[in-house]
Write a protein that binds this ligand. Structure first.
Ligand code: ADP
Ligand code: ZN
Length: 736
């Protein structure tokens, strides 16, 4: 690869100037001079000096009329990197997302440049090999390393260090002693490409028309949104694979977005069954080297199919031809740190800009997507029944007011009996509770003291497995004390309420011979362990699964026929305008894990309010009733998608500062009869990490340019300083 484009430091600048966007929290571009002999176009990835640092940035535009008086004060572009330029479509997306979400453009750009440890030509990879006798003085680290290399083969140097758990210095030491040699590693061969005709399944009659729609959409190759609306177990994945196959045949790249990449082990295997190889992955847990390699493969077009978490949306695809958003309703698509954006919505924007088709797949579409389908803006492609003739699970409510569990227990007698029967039949049962840890609250029986986080407005959650009390908002934790810190009573602490760890204890007592597994994100040490645990379940080596929402999504466990929802009301009572929708989605998804392969699935909802519309719609399997009443309610209240919302969250280290700023901000909100500004009010989560929080809610008619309104307001409004912070959240998903 060619580095001759790099100018020598002494080269004379031309009079050309380019405007460069740097990946820092800034909106504006900076002008740089172009050294003579350097060819630069918009989109080129360059190195530029920024203050004392050198940063990787992107040429955003030619500056046609640079101010000649400033010319001598401008700095030079230092180099052009040997990577493909960011295409106009991706630059337009960066501008669009920044404008819509009111994020700094540089921060959005940063998401496209996460290329890992290196850029440009792949650095020579070094390997090490065991060649000589070990030295006399053998430290434990050296011994581990030698053991790792005892096969005499060439191992990647940094991989060997990681595997043996030693620093690279230990390797260098043994090289000096003559025990190891360093050699160049041969370059990794490019991965084999997915084959669109590797193994096409036989489709059912119902699936065939959906498959036709998928192929047509991919073949048309223009902007088009389809909602693949199929019940759990209907074969949505198999069906949208055909859109991908068609896109591969047309020589273009496909992106599959997943809400949680950690959960996609099964998905990768299914992809490999269909296409012969696994797709390329993109998520935050890749090592820097793999990240660099994958980024390059995406940018060069060498990766025909990419599966990734929301950040994969901002990759520089060479030739993107299709986007699939799986489980499009999932909350995990909303990013609430840094840039607040919704990856599903921004995926539609990207498809629109790039003029390509997009498939949104779900068994429980978001209200927004459902309304778009009802209005004909999105094409509905329906799969109304399960593949292979399996029935949808039968759902029953268990009214906890009448069929209460024994004192201090959480599994009602009827549910316990049914689990017992399922285990006897050698089927699996899933106990679902969306709460990590052992108990959500610990209190002192003697004085009533409750254990709360010292810097958040939250109770500490008892985690028995880790033997600590933990704050779920900031991560603060402390050992569970022996004596009450308040009244010094001994052995007086009691756990209040259930978490999955406590349910496991209860299930183990009820079913001493059953094999029980708890699945909860805090018990997972890595994606690999997670994937292997899910495989154990899928292969039937577990009888009872106790899990949080981690188990609700997308899995196919052939032996699972019973799902017990321990607290179906959990998500309903928090005043969130989306509470009903979320509960409907989550419970449908989790009960949809039952009865997918053989036998009849059944779901039990333990609830205190069986008359609640969500519970009634679930029990009656009445999808239409749920959507119609929820859509009506949204329309009446002017909530999305019939109106628009934005949140402004003001926080500071002390309450008066936060409240005072929020009030000043509210006072200068521009008057517009189409827009209501509500608040400020103390946030439901009033303190997080020692920061006091106040919220303003902005509510407008649907056709208002909310972003523009907010921008004008904030430009005219008071400025944050000191430790005051103002976060803008357009289309908020969380109201805490
Ligand atoms: P969904 O995503 O709609 O819940 P899946 O795509 O997981 O459903 O499909 C459910 C199960 O049915 C999976 O095991 C899948 O492999 C299988 N399946 C679906 N369609 C077919 C088909 N046409 N041929 C063979 N197996 C299929
Ligand atoms: Zn905390």
């Amino acid at each position: 690869m060619d580095h001759s484009l790099r100018p020598s430091p002494s080269s004379i600048s031309s009079t050309r100037v380019v405007d460069v966007l740097v990946p820092v929290a800034l909106n504006q571009t900076y002008s740089y001079r172009v050294p003579r002999g350097l060819e630069l176009q918009p989109g080129d990835v360059v190195g530029v000096p920024l203050g004392p640092r050198e940063v990787v940035a992107v040429v955003w535009a030619e500056n046609a009329n640079p101010d000649p008086r400033l010319h001598n004060r401008l700095k030079d572009v230092s180099e052009k990197l040997d990577v493909p330029p960011l295409k106009a479509e991706l630059r337009a997306l960066v501008d669009w997302v920044a404008n819509y979400t009111l994020s700094a453009r540089g921060m959005v750009l940063r998401m496209t440049l996460r290329m890992g440890e290196h850029l440009g030509p792949e650095r020579m990879r070094l390997g090490v090999r065991l060649v000589g006798e070990p030295p006399r003085r053998l430290t434990p680290a050296r011994r581990r390393l030698i053991e790792c290399l005892s096969d005499g083969l060439l191992h990647g140097k940094s991989e060997a260090a990681r595997e043996a758990g030693v620093s690279v210095g230990v390797i260098d030491g043994l090289v000096d002693e003559g025990t190891l040699t360093v050699e160049a590693m041969p370059p990794a061969p490019p991965p084999p490409a997915p084959d669109p005709d590797h193994a096409q399944p036989e489709f059912s009659h119902q699936q065939r028309s959906a498959v036709d729609a998928m192929r047509a959409l991919a073949a048309n190759g223009t902007f088009h949104v389809a909602l693949l609306d199929g019940v759990t177990g209907s074969g949505k994945t198999e069906v949208y694979f055909e859109a991908i196959a068609e896109t591969i045949r047309r020589g273009r790249q496909s992106l599959i977005l997943m809400p949680e990449i950690a959960l996609t082990g099964q998905f990768l295997d299914r992809f490999a069954n269909r296409f012969g190889v696994r797709p390329l992955e993109w998520h935050s847990e890749l090592t820097p080297r793999i990240r660099a390699r994958n980024w390059a493969a995406i940018a060069s077009g060498e990766a025909p199919v990419v599966v990734g978490a929301r950040s994969a949306l901002f990759m520089p695809y060479a030739n993107l031809g299709l986007i699939v958003v799986d489980e499009e309703h999932d909350q995990a698509y909303k990013q609430d740190e840094g840039a607040h954006y919704h990856a599903r919505d921004m995926a539609v924007v990207r498809a629109h800009i790039a003029k390509i088709p997009i498939v949104l797949a779900s068994a429980t579409p978001s209200i927004e997507t459902e309304v778009n389908a009802r209005k004909g803006r999105y094409q509905r492609v329906a799969l109304p029944s399960r593949f292979g003739g399996q029935h949808m699970p039968h759902i029953e409510a268990i009214d906890l007011r009448r069929e209460a569990p024994p004192r201090g227990r959480f599994i009602s007698p009827r549910l316990a009996e049914q689990i017992g029967l399922a285990v006897e039949r050698r089927e699996q049962a899933l106990l679902f509770l969306n709460r990590r840890g052992y108990a959500p609250l610990t209190l002192c029986r003697a004085c009533g003291h409750r254990f709360a986080c010292t810097i958040c407005d939250a109770w500490l959650v008892d985690h028995r497995f880790r033997q600590r009390l933990v704050c779920h908002h900031c991560g603060f934790s402390m050992p569970r004390p022996q004596v009450c810190p308040h009244c010094a009573a001994e052995e007086s602490l009691v756990a209040v309420g259930p978490g999955v760890e406590r349910l496991q204890e209860e299930a183990a007592a009820l079913f001493p011979n059953a094999r029980i597994m708890v699945l909860s994100s805090d018990l997972i040490t890595s994606i690999e362990t997670m994937r292997s645990e899910l495989t154990e379940i899928a292969e039937g080596r577990v009888d009872i699964i106790v899990g949080t929402q981690l188990v609700a999504k997308g899995h196919h466990f052939p032996r699972l026929n019973l799902v017990g929802v321990v607290d179906a009301d959990l998500g309903l009572g928090n005043g969130d305008p989306r509470a009903a929708e979320r509960t409907w989605q989550l419970l449908n998804q989790v009960i949809g894990r039952a009865g997918r392969d053989q036998g009849r699935g059944v779901g039990y909802l333990q609830t205190h309010q069986p008359e609640h519309p969500v519970m009634k719609a679930l029990v009656a399997c009445d999808r239409e009733a749920f959507y119609s009443s929820e859509i009506d309610g949204r329309e009446r209240a002017g909530y999305p998608p019939f109106g628009r919302l934005a949140s402004l969250i003001v926080s500071a280290g002390d309450r008066p500062t936060a409240e005072g700023f929020a009030r000043k901000l509210a006072a200068v909100a521009p008057i517009d009869e189409r827009i209501q500004v509500l608040g400020p009010a103390e946030a439901p989560l009033a303190v997080i990490k020692g920061r006091y929080r106040f919220r303003l809610l902005v509510k407008s008619l649907r056709n208002v340019d909310m972003s523009q309104y907010l921008r004008e307001w904030l430009e005219a409004g008071p400025k944050t300083k000191g430790n005051l912070k103002l976060e803008v959240d357009v289309d908020p998903q969380s109201f805490l």
